[in-house]
Design a binder for this molecule. Structure first.
Ligand SMILES: [Zn+2]
Length: 144
């Protein structure tokens, strides 16, 4: 398993070709639900320890039509890395896109360059005022 740290503090958990988003943090474990839960109505749920270092339990399997997809996981990691770079460096979006996408073996699931660059620019324009928003977001999340 692997954790993708997005710059919005929404971690994604990658495990065996599936991705999960945090659903609930309990006293001793964190519940993660399938990242396709909304789109595919997939009930896939797993639990990790609080440190997010190991899987404790696989509670619900994915629906049969939702196959593991390691390439999708890679693309998602790549996209996330680009967003972080866009936000934390002054490198131009076209350059970030070029460098990160070059590392992917299969680029077919990466959205078109135009869209990615727009997203990257948005990361940047949101950057300065967003910092305070993020702090607010984090404190709100404690109560979800
Ligand atoms: Zn699923």
């Amino acid at each position: 398993m692997e954790i993708i740290n997005s710059n919005k503090n929404n971690n994604k958990l990658c495990y065996e070709g599936y991705m999960y988003v945090r659903k609930h943090t309990g006293k001793s474990r964190i519940a993660w639900r399938c990242s396709k839960a909304t789109m595919l109505k997939c009930p896939g749920t797993i639990y990790t320890n609080i440190e997010k270092s190991k899987i404790l339990e696989i509670e619900t399997s994915h629906i049969i039509t939702h196959r593991p997809n390691t390439n999708e996981v890679k693309v998602s990691k790549c996209y996330n890395e680009m967003k972080i770079q866009a936000k934390t460096t002054k490198t131009n979006p076209a350059h970030i896109f070029g460098e990160c996408v070059a590392k992917l073996d299969d680029k077919s699931q990466m959205p078109p360059e135009k869209i990615v660059k727009r997203t990257l620019r948005n990361q940047r324009t949101k950057n300065n005022p967003l910092d305070s928003d993020e702090i607010v977001g984090k404190s709100l999340k404690k109560y979800d």
